[in-house]
Design a protein around this ligand. Sequence first.
Ligand code: PLP
Length: 514
Amino acid sequence: MSGDEFRAQGHALIDWIATYWDRVESLPVRSACVPGDFFASLPAHAPHIGDNPWDGLVRELDTRIVPTLTHWQHPSFFAYFPANASPPAVLGELLSAGLGVQGMLWSTSPSCTELEMGVMDWLARALGLPETFTHQARLSGVGASSETSAIASAGGGVIHSTASEAVLVAMVAARHRALANLADDDTEPHLMAYASAQSHASVVKAAMIAGLARHADDRRHVTLVSTDETGRVNVQALRASIVADRAIGRMPFFVCATLGTTGTGAIDNLAAIGAVLDEKAVLDENPPLTTRPIWLHVDGAWGLSACICPEFRAMLDGIERADSICVNPHKWLLTNFDCDAFFVRDAKELTRALSITPEYLRNSASDSGAATDFRDWQVPLGRRFRALKLWLVLRHYGIAGLQTFIREHVALAQQLAQWIRADSRFVLVMEPSLSLVCLSLSARPGESQADADARTLALMERANATGKVFLTHTRASNSALGEQGRILLRVAIGGTHTEERHVRGLWDLVAQFA
Ligand code: PLP
């Protein structure tokens, strides 16, 4: 493809994307296509001789691709957590592809690494994270030794693909730290990881990948701790699990706390969790291999974005005890997928666990120790220039712009909650958390909970079938709702173009079908 052709096709595609954004609201949020349909429409082989896709591409996009999409950028997409994109982020993504650099080492593209370091520091500060999670502190040697760790604090942030990668990397680093005193031929102690029963499935999946669980229900090395009536981890139950495990010679090494659970947006109490992890009684029981503190990973994939507004920072109380923290700008900070910001308090703990240097990667900058090589902070070797999109988002909107965006969504959630409270056919089983509202149909007199749950699900199916909105559900169980729990419809407000009229439209539809 010649430069001129690239320009012409590139302009046409940018035009097409801008038009798609303009009209996405008029499309059904979810495609009605059936599994296998699209696949069956593809030829079995790639063309042997290039067949010039360009002439008919726009028509093909309109007639084949768009009708078989779920439109995540639709303003009435309220499912899962939205993955909001924005023009500055998409242009950053395009730049990254155009530059085509691969930033595995500092030397393979210095600004790819250093822009990421700078942007991660911007984000850490914008979110109100302690300065120990910045590269600046590490590079200037400011990172003082923390009270909770024998290891000097010297952190920073890196962009991972997803929160799932972040928790896996955290767990592997935690295991490395926990076993650091072990000789290679020592028998491994029985490691134990803990998270709340409402934590994201990626915690158990990380254990599966790390060899600590053979299948999703294998609980020999992972304990999912019960939650209280607000969906937060029951800290006393966490403490009891850790103490009981230590008493039988097991080695607790990892705790994952969540700021904004996927199901209901519950925010774990970091200060209380941190206090338990450092409690003398908890640490001193059964000492042989317990000289290393238990790693605390904070999964703020969705909720932590709200901390860009100072009024939501109460959730950060106790964050200084965290060893690692993640937040997904690809969920709620206008940065298109994929972009997970992963911060660590001590970068050396990552590199000790993940670094392996074959001859072909050696270079003088790495050998000097002065360069940051992000390959040692993540699972893959290669890495894209993802910092560009976050850099452009932060510069284009500014912190104030992002604050406005988050505040509007939280206000819309409050508005929706008010409408729900005023309609006795519905119940707000839990108070909204940030911009997530969970509602159910109230059980009718004499109706079983199971039947009310079935009506709630049917209501969601009907609303989704209109194509006007897209909602998903969860089953929440906790001390108040009992083991069987209850079906909740989740309304996750977070679309780039979601306004009050879209939330009102959703409510009218749901109220009509109720
Ligand atoms: N953690 C939480 C709290 C989430 O809500 C999600 C996804 O919704 C994840 C982790 C996993 O996110 P990712 O797709 O970035 O792995």
